[in-house]
Design a protein around this ligand. Structure first.
Ligand code: TYD
Length: 200
């Protein structure tokens, strides 16, 4: 069984919609499943999330706070749950820092690799589901949302870079990635996820 599973993708890629059903399927199989998210997942992490999603800050500060929230999340939630034999599903993890702060904002990839090594060198997801959508689809889905956060208010070229950053991570870590075509109809995406679940 793959115990540490992360969901990634651009805003509007549909990952959150499918995450609960994915967790419910694993629970029905008898696994104890914890669903959590980043930035966030702990009381301190949720406070940092508020700042990260709504306040302007330098790119370095943004990356450091993302990893600070992650350090707390790993220490207080992820490691204890994995050690207790539970399955942890996180809505985003470090791949998002590479995609958004690295590729999106332009922060040096190697600096992020150093932060990653410092904060969780020996802990990587066993499986990452990357919901890939074009920037057009992502923006169409966000168009109905009137309460856009700091990242969602970014322009199209930012999201092109975010998407390219995810693709780079997929190439760097092909062994743990499943790429889901998030542009398909909901039931087609669900069928792709069922195939992944069947292989776990
Ligand atoms: P998300 O979890 O998708 O929340 P919602 O679905 O409620 O909008 O949004 C979190 C945002 O944070 C998202 O735009 C991506 C961004 N993010 C980063 O920039 N870096 C990170 O390391 C993480 C975890 C998230």
């Amino acid at each position: 069984m793959k115990n540490f599973i992360t969901f990634e993708g651009m805003d509007g890629a549909g990952k959150s919609t499918h995450l609960e059903r994915f967790a419910a399927t694993l629970r029905a199989r008898g696994h104890e499943v914890i669903v959590t998210r980043e930035p966030g997942g702990t009381p301190l992490g949720e406070q940092l999330r508020e700042m990260l999603l709504h306040q302007a800050m330098s790119m370095e500060t943004e990356a450091l706070l993302m990893f600070a929230a992650r350090a707390e999340h790993i220490a207080k939630v992820i490691r204890p749950a994995l050690n207790a034999g539970k399955v942890v599903i996180s809505d985003r993890f470090s791949d998002a820092s590479f995609a958004y702060q690295g590729s999106g904002r332009g922060m040096d990839w190697e600096k992020l690799q150093r932060l990653e090594a410092w904060v969780h060198h020996d802990l990587q997801p066993d499986l990452t589901l990357f919901f890939d959508v074009t920037v057009d689809v992502s923006r169409q889905r966000l168009a109905n949302n009137t309460m856009l956060d700091k990242f969602e208010q970014e322009k199209g070229d930012f999201f092109e870079r975010v998407r390219a950053g995810y693709h780079r991570r997929v190439l760097e870590h092909p062994e743990r990635y499943e790429v889901i075509d998030g542009g398909q109809a909901l039931d087609a995406v669900a069928a792709q996820l069922d195939a992944v679940l069947a292989s776990l």
